[in-house]
Write a protein that binds this ligand. Structure first.
Ligand code: NAD
Length: 259
């Protein structure tokens, strides 16, 4: 018996085997869930996603190419999902993008308008766009999660416009939770401590952040991606049936430390 037996849903955001979404998928599948995997289009991307999924035992994944900055792509993804699953129970939003040129300490004031707009569109608006389509496929309710980081609340050197996008993502999560609650749909975010992935490597000074967290967090270590996967199982399963509009920290306690 798994906590997610007979549950079906979409996982957005696997790029490779390090992706948080890949670790989340592994945990969900381990609890009996069936997933479709939406990924950035492109042959090379698809190859890497297949390889990552093969590594967690998914030999024949159902892949959905989807650039979340395109409404047409999003609509096509949900149309295909409707055909295949009819209804879904969960959605995982584990994706973000910002031009790395501006993810360097001291560079935030130089953020151009188009870089700001793109970061907010892909990293935050997409949660709203996906949740709105998911709602139509969750007649009996469901659970939606997004991934965020502490740089939404505090100024972390180098996180810059991504911090602004994460603040927007978290606020969007709360408004979605407020409006979708009456449909039995819960929406939450997980604020993960730093993990080595393609995206985090684009943030200038990330190695210093890892060192700092391992010295200063209450648990005196960095987190493991599997710990985010376990929290995803909690949030997407009945274990968290009374929880919505929350941001849950999986950060070895780092966010509670004042000095
Ligand atoms: P990752 O690079 O493996 O994943 C980011 C994903 O975003 C990739 O799969 C990429 O293809 C996808 N993406 C980017 N632009 C897209 C678009 N236009 N359409 C569709 N997909 C697009 O890195 P990750 O660290 O696993 O990031 C996953 C999530 O976790 C992100 O929201 C990230 O901000 C968040 N997060 C990461 C960390 C960390 O330290 N790695 C910490 C906290 C939160």
């Amino acid at each position: 018996m798994g906590l997610l037996d007979n549950q079906r849903g979409l996982v957005f955001g696997i790029a490779n085997d390090r992706s948080i979404a890949c670790h989340i998928a592994k945990s969900l599948i381990g609890e009996g869930a069936t997933c479709g995997f939406a990924h950035l289009p492109g042959e090379k991307n698809e190859r890497r996603v297949r390889k990552a999924l093969d590594g967690i035992g998914v030999a024949e994944p159902w892949l959905l190419p989807c650039d979340v900055s395109s409404d047409d792509d999003i609509d096509a993804t949900f149309a295909a999902t409707k055909e295949r699953f009819d209804t879904i129970d969960f959605l995982v939003h584990s994706l973000a993008f910002a031009d790395r040129t501006y993810l360097k300490a001291g560079k935030f004031p130089e953020t151009p308008r188009d870089v700001f707009a793109q970061a907010l569109d892909i990293s935050a608006y997409s949660l709203i766009a996906l949740a709105n389509r998911a709602k139509e496929m969750m007649p009996k309710g469901g659970s939606i999660i997004g991934m965020t980081y502490y740089g939404s609340e505090k100024a972390i050197p180098g996180y810059n416009v991504m911090g602004v996008a994460k603040a927007a993502l978290e606020a969007s999560m709360r408004y979605l939770a407020a409006d979708l609650g009456e449909h039995g749909i819960r929406v939450n975010t997980v604020s993960a401590g730093p993990l080595k992935t393609l995206s985090s490597m684009a943030v200038g000074g990330i190695d210093e952040i890892f060192n700092w967290v391992s010295q200063k967090s209450p648990l005196r270590r960095n987190i493991e991606a599997g710990e985010v996967g376990k929290t995803a199982v909690y949030l997407l399963s009945d274990l968290s049936s009374g929880v919505t509009g929350e941001n849950i920290y999986v950060d070895a306690g780092y966010s509670i430390v004042g000095l």
